[in-house]
Every structure is written in structure tokens, then in C-alpha cells.
Design a protein around this ligand. Structure first.
Ligand code: ACO
Length: 473
């Protein structure tokens, strides 16, 4: 690790100390013990508390603010690992040897180049589109460039998928309690490459496609931003790490060692987080035996919302709207009286301080001080004052604390990214968690198909249109 980045590592180590000080962190039995299907759980609106599947990829302990990927604490991964290593860990379940990591990195670097997708993006009305809309369509273009699924003569092989049709599932009426469905997804059959296609095209659910997405969604985001702002699209630099190349392809500047290290930490922090809304959306799509590119595209779509990843852009707008640290108390009072949600606060799972915000806060402070910009300093001071106000008023009773989106925008701004790029940058990183969890789920696939409670009328008599009496308003 570069000499100048030691200070960054210390910030992360201190954040870990603060998080765990005096606390013995213990796993919650309800979410970590082995289960036997069907499982009993108490489900609230918005599927709160529902158990959707088992996973070895990662665990979020919301009551204690503990996040782990494949058994490793997020603070340790931020302090000592790299995004590439974390991607390998998420995908394969263990840390790589040096040889394995080098080979994995080579694969990722090879897949950064996306000439076909950039060609299609140039034809897309990027300037009239939101950056997330571009990223979403870009995942479709990647599918076209990388797989045989969009070839005119490609016909999906449905023989192995036939019993995944929801109507053929007996579980709905007779719960059998099987750990996994009997019609397990036969990858070899369903993803068999047609004989006559280009051998460079990938199987739409194989290792290549996972790597393609981890690597190239970053290239799509960068190309989209360059085209949106009428700048030349920058070719990836194979000498740079994923984090450094991402900054380079977006801003046109090769980052310093410190900037690269901070970007790497941001990527690690956002890489995975249980089955949050976007991960669940991508799993639902994958569970229909649609392909991994469509699944990731739906993850992008779900992440876009202001209640999820889209909050990071809104945080900056909110801080600008507040205008000064002195305005925080009045602004907060008014926001509460209007029942406004404070962007960057609260979480479905965390009822303690989000460990990711514990790292991002000090990183934001570090970058703001290093930038010497009075504007950055003011924004950070507003953020600190707002955090204080929210935690005093809503922390104890409602368990509302800053989440990952609260400080990330300040960090992104200081690294030279535009506000439009905040949510796409989140997506670029989260692709790792999406593909790792999709690959894991498909090993024992069962289509997601919950029920609703019907609350409408029953037994209504159909009246032909000419006999319906119009209600006079
Ligand atoms: N500001 C003010 N009050 C809040 C906030 C907030 N940010 N978040 C939750 N609350 C309050 C609600 O008003 C509600 O209060 P009530 O019981 O008096 O009605 C209570 O806390 C529970 O809130 P819900 O919205 O029911 O919680 P839910 O688990 O459904 O939502 C969510 C979680 C969407 C993250 C919510 O906290 C929120 O909207 N936060 C703001 C947006 C945000 O920052 N999103 C990013 C989340 S992190 C991520 O997705 C990457």
C-alpha cells in the first residue's frame, strides 16, 4: 500500500474502534442459524422481516451495525483489501491467492473495453436522459455486445426451464418443505451456446458475464457521463486499478494514490448489502431464468429510487437547500412539521449507526480539509450539524441514524464527480453483490412468487356496458 495512504487506513481503523467500542458483537440467531424450509417468520408491510432465501455472500446485523462479506468484517476489508479482491471474495467465497487475484484482475481489465456498447450509446439520446437511465440501457447494450441472446437466430432452450413455470409449482398448495426446488436450474443445458455463434460471446449466466458486468458497468457509467457532458470518451487504462481507472475514465485525470485509495474504499463499502431492494429486484428477474444482464438492469432501476441509492444525490441538494449550519435547527423543525423524510437517514435493517457511514463521514472530512475549499467546508459543516440534530431528535426513540448515502455525495464531489454520477457510482460498485448473489441463487433456483392478500370485492355480477347506470358526479 502507498505510503501516503496510511492516514486513510488509520481513519478506517479508528472508525472500527468507534463502532465496536465496549460492544460484544454477536450474530442474531433468527438470521444466521440453519433453517429448514418452509420457514416461519413474522412479515411486515414491504416484506419487512421476510426470509426470502439463504445466502453465504454477506450478512447485515442491523441491531448492532455490523456488516460482513463472506465472514469478513467490512472495516477490515476497507482497511486492508481492494475492490478487485472483494469482488473475488463475493463471487468465489474465499480470499484469493496472489496468483488467483492477478489472473482475476487480468480478466477484469480485458473486459473494460466496450466498443459495441459505446457505439450504441452514441445513438441513444444521452443528453436528454438521466445518468441512471443511460446506465440501465447500457446494461442491455452490454448484453447485446457480450452474449448471443440478441442474435436474430438465437432461440432460448426451454427444456430445462419448463418446470419453473409458476403454475407447475406444487408448493403453493402443498408446502413440501424441500430445501430447494426439484426442478433445479440446469445451467449447462439452459445456457448452452448455439453452435454457430462467435466463440468470443459469453454464456449469459457464466463467470465471464459476472466479470463482464463488474468491469464494464463502470465503463458504461464513464462513457455515459463523458457523452452527456459533450466530452471525448476515454479509453480504459490497463495499468490502472478498477478504482483508479474509474476516476480516470470519468474525470480524465489519473488520481493520486490517496484519491485511488478512497475510491477503492467507497467501492468496497457499496459492493454488497443483503437483499436490499435492488438486489432483490435483480434476484427476482434472475429467478425467472431471464439473463444476468436483464437482472442487473433491474437492479439499476430499483437502485435509482430516492428511498434507496437515489438518496445520495438528494442529500447534496438538501444540504444546499439548508444553506448554512445556522439554518439546520429551523430547517429540521420545518421538515418534521411537513413530515418530510430526511435524505440519508434511516434504514429498514439498521437500527444502529450504519458502519458504512462511520467510514464515509471521516473520509468526507479528510477530503474536505484537503481540498481547502470553503464551499466544501460549509457543506460538510451543514452535514455534521444535521447529523447532530437528527440523532438527538430521532436517534433514541426512532433509531434513525445516518446511512451510507449521507456522506458519500460529499466524498464523490471532492473526488471531482458531478452530482448526476452519485447514484451510477453506487451501481457500479453494487454490481459485484448483484452478480455474486444471482450466481449463488441460480445454483438452487426457485422462481420468486409471493402472494398478496386480496382486499377487493368478491362475487360481483357482471353488467353489460349498455346496462350500467352512469353515476352523476
Ligand atoms: N427522516 C425522517 N423520518 C424517518 C426517516 C427519515 N429519513 N426514515 C424513517 N423515518 C421515520 C418514518 O417517518 C416512520 O415514522 P413513524 O413511525 O412515526 O411513521 C419511521 O421512521 C419508520 O419509517 P419507514 O419509512 O416505515 O421505514 P422503512 O424501513 O420503510 O424505510 C427508508 C427505510 C426507506 C430507508 C427510510 O428510512 C427513508 O425513507 N430514508 C430516507 C431515504 C434514504 O436515505 N434512503 C437511503 C437508504 S440506504 C440505501 O438504500 C442504500
Amino acid at each position: 500500500m502507498h505510503e501516503n495512504t496510511k492516514e486513510i487506513t488509520e481513519l478506517v481503523v479508528n472508525a472500527k474502534k468507534q463502532a465496536y467500542e465496549g460492544k460484544g458483537i454477536v450474530p442474531e440467531p433468527a438470521f444466521t442459524k440453519n433453517i429448514k424450509w418452509p420457514v416461519k417468520c413474522i412479515v411486515g408491510p414491504g416484506l419487512e422481516g421476510a426470509i426470502a432465501c439463504e445466502s453465504k455472500v454477506g450478512y447485515v446485523n442491523g441491531s448492532q451495525g455490523w456488516l460482513i462479506y463472506r465472514g469478513y468484517d467490512i472495516f477490515d476489508l476497507c482497511a486492508y483489501s481492494t475492490y478487485e479482491e472483494v469482488c473475488y471474495l463475493l463471487l468465489f467465497g474465499s480470499l484469493p491467492s496472489e496468483k488467483q487475484l492477478n489472473s482475476f484482475k487480468k480478466d477484469l481489465i480485458k473486459l473494460r473495453s466496450i466498443p459495441g456498447t459505446i457505439g450504441l450509446l452514441r445513438k441513444f439520446p444521452i443528453k436528454e436522459s438521466n445518468a441512471m437511465a443511460t446506465l440501465r440501457i447500457g446494461t442491455n447494450f452490454l448484453r447485446r455486445e457480450s452474449t448471443y441472446l440478441d442474435l436474430p437466430d438465437y432461440k432460448p432452450d426451454t427444456t430445462s426451464a419448463i418446470s419453473a413455470d409458476e403454475d407447475s409449482i406444487p408448493m403453493e398448495t402443498i408446502p413440501k418443505g424441500e430445501r430447494h426446488a426439484i426442478y433445479e436450474f440446469d445451467k449447462s443445458k439452459n445456457t448452452k451456446k448455439p453452435d454457430n455463434v462467435d466463440k468470443n460471446l459469453y454464456s449469459p449466466s457464466g463467470y465471464d458475464s459476472c466479470c463482464r458486468l463488474i468491469s464494464s458497468v463502470a465503463s458504461v457509467a464513464a462513457a455515459g457521463e463523458r457523452l452527456r457532458t459533450s466530452q471525448v470518451v476515454i479509453k480504459p487504462d490497463p495499468e490502472l486499478s478498477h478504482a483508479a481507472n474509474l476516476i480516470y475514465m470519468i474525470t480524465g485525470k489519473r488520481p493520486t494514490a490517496v484519491e485511488e485509495r478512497i475510491m477503492d474504499i467507497i467501492l468496497i463499502l457499496h459492493a454488497d448489502h443483503g437483499i436490499n431492494a435492488s438486489t432483490f429486484a435483480s434476484l427476482v428477474v434472475a429467478s425467472t431464468l431471464s439473463d444476468i444482464y436483464f437482472a442487473v438492469g433491474s437492479g439499476v432501476a430499483a437502485l435509482n429510487g430516492p428511498l434507496h441509492g437515489g438518496a445520495n444525490e438528494r442529500v447534496l441538494s438538501m444540504l444546499l437547500e439548508i444553506g448554512s449550519p445556522e439554518n439546520v435547527k429551523d430547517w429540521f423543525k420545518k421538515a418534521r412539521s411537513e413530515k418530510r423524510k430526511i435524505m440519508g437517514f434511516g434504514h429498514r435493517v439498521y437500527k444502529a449507526y450504519d458502519p458504512r457511514a462511520r467510514v464515509l463521514g471521516p473520509l468526507a472530512e479528510f477530503l474536505v480539509n484537503a481540498s481547502g475549499s470553503s464551499e466544501n467546508k460549509k457543506i460538510f459543516e451543514i452535514a455534521k450539524a444535521l447529523e447532530n440534530e437528527v440523532v438527538i431528535n430521532l436517534g433514541k426513540d426512532k433509531k434513525i441514524f445516518p446511512n451510507v448515502d449521507f456522506y458519500s455525495g460529499i466524498v464523490y464531489s471532492c473526488l471531482g464527480f458531478s452530482q448526476e454520477m452519485f447514484t451510477p457510482l453506487f451501481a457500479v460498485s453494487r454490481v459485484a453483490g448483484w452478480v455474486a448473489r444471482i450466481a449463488e441463487y441460480l445454483e438452487h433456483n426457485r422462481i420468486f412468487r409471493p402472494r398478496t392478500i386480496y382486499t377487493g370485492p368478491l362475487n360481483k355480477k357482471y353488467i353489460p356496458i349498455n346496462k350500467r347506470i352512469k353515476k352523476v358526479k
